[in-house]
Design a protein around this ligand. Sequence first.
Ligand SMILES: NC(=O)c1ccc[n+]([C@@H]2O[C@H](COP(=O)([O-])OP(=O)(O)OC[C@H]3O[C@@H](n4cnc5c(N)ncnc54)[C@H](O)[C@@H]3O)[C@@H](O)[C@H]2O)c1
Length: 253
Amino acid sequence: MKHRVVLVTGAGRGSGEAIAKKFLSAGDIVVATDLEAPSWEYENQDENLLRFAMDVGNEKEIVSVISKVNSLTEGISILVNNAGISNGGGSLLNCTSERFDKLYAVNLRGCFLTMREVAKKLISEKKGGAFINVASIAGKNGFADTSLYGATKAGVIGLTRCLAIELGPYDITVNAICPGSVDTPMLAGLFKRRAEAQNITIEEAKHQMALTIPMQRLQQPEDLGELVYFLASKGARNISGESINLDGGVVRD
Ligand SMILES: NC(=O)c1ccc[n+]([C@@H]2O[C@H](COP(=O)([O-])OP(=O)(O)OC[C@H]3O[C@@H](n4cnc5c(N)ncnc54)[C@H](O)[C@@H]3O)[C@@H](O)[C@H]2O)c1
């Protein structure tokens, strides 16, 4: 059986790590990338795992890592654009242009550049593939003090819709997933602040948030792994241009 080559960005921890491990568990070849090459181990799958440092804010690094991976393997056919930063920028009056540029460079431009670089070989060889972009419900619903983050994630949804049309004729699907609150290090600061403010434990702060969600639970990184894996499967070959909520029922559009 032919192994698929799957590139996951931001795979050093959190959801990216869980997504990478889901593909590894299915026997795919995984290229795990992050600001520093990911260091986690996964069972005895090391022969199927390549690790690279790739800052998605750095175009040269993206071009060089993707071309290296394409020369070492049969070529990337599945791309998971998961790398992202939060701290939405703060309230309007506190948003700086530096923060705008940083969020834009990582969350939106990085997503665009990796798709462009991976698409080059896929288009020229007519191999087909699947691109899955991790957006957020913040790109659909508004949340206070997260305008810049929300704008970049809305941008990811827009890129996804347009590129689905452009890449469809090459048998490449392009979809976004829109998680709600995921229990990863990204939210650790938020839970800590809430726990301190109310003199409760972090677990209690998580439980409080869970009660605001119809399904009454936070998303776990493995939930993203399952959905992304499905979107990369044959069963999803006619799903493209979608931005699928993974939020326990918070956003119903
Ligand atoms: N945690 C949530 O509640 C939540 C909700 C919706 C969407 N998301 C999105 O899910 C994705 C994964 O986030 P997470 O929750 O696992 O957070 P996380 O902070 O635990 O992990 C993000 C990973 O991205 C990496 N990263 C950051 N900047 C990078 C860069 N320039 N180049 C390469 N890698 C970089 C980090 O080093 C880290 O390993 C992000 O796109 C995030 O915006 C998260």
